[in-house]
Design a protein around this ligand. Structure first.
Ligand code: SAM
Length: 209
């Protein structure tokens, strides 16, 4: 099955995330900004960057390098157009984070906001561990089960392609896998979008090995 993210226009994705019944764009942009403020990295990687949600806030920090990865090459092209001038250390990679070929010099901080729902978590944690410097931090946001449909219905029907592809993972499962991959949990907290859906923010530190 081809990855459905390759068939979701960026305008649809962004319209969906900003829709009042979803309101997840601000939630993820806030997580990005707060993580950079809290961990003060010199280098940052955003995995599953879409169109660069929250990147407008990064210019305020002294980041030497920002790596942005997404499986959809059109999303990555848009990040280039929007942020290349604003973020001089921007490195863009179009590809599947699960592939060894998607690689970059290790960074201090990795953000994976709503990514683990669409990948093999074990494989991805192994890749992210290799792409993080020892002592570096992985920040992830995952969606928690609730009574609403996993993918909220909005006028952007191309997002319906994700139904049946998206798989929720629990914080306990993700942490168990992360620990096996060489991380320790440093933060776990509940977040809620303005539309009421629950999410878990999990921060893992790469142990020295
Ligand atoms: C729910 S969106 C989250 C986007 C972003 N973090 C934000 O703040 O809007 C998931 C993103 O991950 C990307 N993605 C899905 N699977 C991927 C993979 N295997 N490798 C890289 N990117 C992937 C999708 O194309 C999409 O842009």
């Amino acid at each position: 099955m081809e990855n459905p993210w390759l068939h979701i226009p960026l305008d649809d994705y962004e319209g969906h995330m900003a829709h009042t019944d979803v309101a997840q764009d601000i939630l993820l942009a806030d997580v990005l900004e707060l993580a950079v403020r809290r961990h003060a990295p010199s280098s940052l990687a955003v995995i599953g960057c879409a169109g660069g949600n929250g990147f407008d806030r990064l210019a305020a920090f002294s980041l030497e390098r920002v790596v942005a990865v997404d499986i959809n090459p059109i999303y990555v092209q848009n990040v280039r157009k929007r942020y290349e001038a604003m973020l001089p250390g921007l490195q863009l990679i179009a590809g599947d984070i699960q592939d060894d070929g998607v690689s970059f010099t290790s960074v201090d901080l990795i953000i994976a906001g709503l990514l683990f729902e669409y990948v093999d978590s074990d494989r991805t944690l192994t890749r992210l561990h290799a792409l993080l410097r020892p002592g570096g931090v992985l920040v992830s946001v995952i969606q928690l089960p609730c009574e609403q449909t996993a993918v909220t219905h909005t006028p952007y029907t191309s997002l319906n392609r994700l139904e049946g592809y998206m798989r929720l993972i629990s914080p306990e499962q993700l942490t168990e896998m992360a620990v096996k991959c060489g991380f320790k949990e440093i933060t776990s907290s509940l977040l809620r979008s303005a539309a009421g859906k629950p999410f878990q923010l999990l921060e893992y530190q790469r142990t020295a090995k």
